[in-house]
Design a protein around this ligand. Sequence first.
Ligand SMILES: [Zn+2]
Length: 83
Amino acid sequence: MANKTKLNTEESYNPFIGIGCKLFGHRYRITKRYQSNLKEFECAQCKKQFTLDGYGHYTPLTPKIKRVNEVFESFYTKKGLVG
Ligand SMILES: [Zn+2]
């Protein structure tokens, strides 16, 4: 067996993308708006995803946070349906 130690480097990574974000900040676009008033954003420049934390600050949208948002949303939307 050949020992392939192929480094999974980000070949598509463009160092120029994101410089504008560093200088001027991200260009947030809303990608998803929840009934529960949660929102998800994407940067139009670097394509990173964000959401707002409990303080209203932009925070990177991790899969974990996304899941929390979805759980929260399902609780929120079910409130009106159940009972
Ligand atoms: Zn950005």
